[in-house]
Design a protein around this ligand. Sequence first.
Ligand SMILES: [Zn+2]
Length: 323
Amino acid sequence: MNKKRKFKLSFPVEIINWDGRSVSLKSDREIAAQLEQLADAGISTVMPAGLHREEPLAFDLSKAAVRIGKIIRHYGFEISSHHCLLPVFAPLAESQTRVRQIMEETVRFCNQLGAATMVFHPGRISGRHSDVLSIFAGFEHEAAAHGVTRIIETAAGNLRYMAEKGAAADMRIALENVGKFEPLADIGLLPELVKTADMANIGFCVDSGHAHAFGESVPQWIKLAGNKLFETHFHDNHAALAGVTLPGAFIQSSKSSDEHLFPGSGTIPWDETVKALLEINYSGAVTFEVTVKPDADALSRYRKIIDWWRLVEAEAQKNIITG
Ligand SMILES: [Zn+2]
């Protein structure tokens, strides 16, 4: 086991505005302000987030990728991944061509941005969704008509197409566990989707909060992903849905169930989580998917998370060394 490791730490940088009608880009100044704060906190890796491919875009994708990539490089940051949203399959009786086209455009966007890993939710049906209920309804309609296995095969086929486009540029797809907040995203179905896709550059982003909210074990998720763990989203909660019988197949995410607390503020076993990362010899970034308000206290909030992580990380390794 690799001892005395210090994981690379990464934080989100928001690049997108969403007004309910179209997706627009944040200004250079807004993006730079976030980067300056992270640089002050001693961070050198970021996760640009927010591109939403189910909605109309108010900007040119390619120009945006080049522009944002330039700002990020100007401040000397590495990119752990780009977190986006996109359709993974169209209704099974329809052509999958438009979904694949969006996937291909997204690969190009991430490549031009300088993000070698793309993270997205694995079970979204094509179309504009005013809320997540329409994603649930679309999935359930297809599942009733064709069965979940056929949906997985179709989604896996589209993902393989996307992964082949990405492989040429050494790019990876990390599918994020979203528990029962979205389809194909829990510890039962997401591993099946990744296995069916069967591509070296298709793996996982383990979101600690989405797992823990439903009582799925975060360390178990990490070990299950193993060498296919490409990215992490770490935040905390109090496992509000563990052992709860859900009213349906899915449940809408809410602030009470998916609290997105700073890590260490909920009940996730972080010591075991660090040990699992060490056990699989994880070489990627520990990305904290938390919102830090850009006010006068932002710097101290970033530092609090970083200091807390370094302590947990050191303690976990001390325990291993002393047995
Ligand atoms: Zn996440």
